[in-house]
Design a protein around this ligand. Sequence first.
Ligand code: 28G
Length: 270
Amino acid sequence: ARCERAPEKNMTTENQPSYDASKIKVLEGLEAVRKRPDMYIGDTYEYGLHHLAYEVVDNAIDEVQNGHADEIKVVLNTDGSISVSDNGRGIPVGIMESEGRPAVEVVMTKLHAGGKFDGDNYKVSGGLHGVGVSCVCALSEWMEVDVYRDGQGHQIRFECGETAVPLRSLGDSDQRGTKVTFRADSKIMGVTAFSGDTLATRLRELAFLNSRARITLRDDRVENAETLTFSYSDGVRDFVRHLNQGKDLVHEDVIYFNAEHTVHPSGGRP
Ligand code: 28G
């Protein structure tokens, strides 16, 4: 059955299970998330459910902000899962020496706890980002990640945060990017059905804040649903125009100011 601990398959010559330290750490991390989900995503209802989606979307936004992607597609699937894809570099799939597993598997399963304020992640502490996609993985009945890079497609599947189908090839492909599909685990989440309106509001805000991103949302759960497209080349100015819609305006023109300053590589920390 799903998510039941499978018997340990890696046996030593003495027929003892061979645990490797990194896997034990991963499982301890996941267990903590599944035991106290509120600590990581706020609650296990509408708010927390959408937090899961935002976490995945934020990773795609990062790829846009790093200059490697400009398209993010979100699809609400008929089976209750959600798919998010970007046209970025694709999460690396090579075996990580430290863990002995593909990087994409490590990214999806290893809890990145406490690392928020080190130099590597200083951008993250600014606001948008939170718990990391491994929490989403841990709280999903299943999650599938498709990676397209270097002319090849790859797929890996997790159930309740644990690898269920190891990374396998999807064959040759000239696509590029990452697609994450997951279904929230009803054993943990009191609500698992996403709200199209809630997602649309958030995706529109992200499009205002990231003028280079073209974000689409399609709800396949409804018949003949149109694809919503959020793309605002004028950024914050477009946001003000959006807020102004249907209002009597004192000023027709929306003005804006833009300033730049250089941040020291330390991120301003002492
Ligand atoms: C589709 C839904 C959400 C992402 C990337 C791309 C890279 C990446 C993501 O790296 C961090 C792992 C170990 C060094 C980085 C690709 C550098 C070179 C990436 C996403 C980097 C993970 N090539 N796109 N993570 N490490 N999109 N979209 O999650 O090796 S996550």
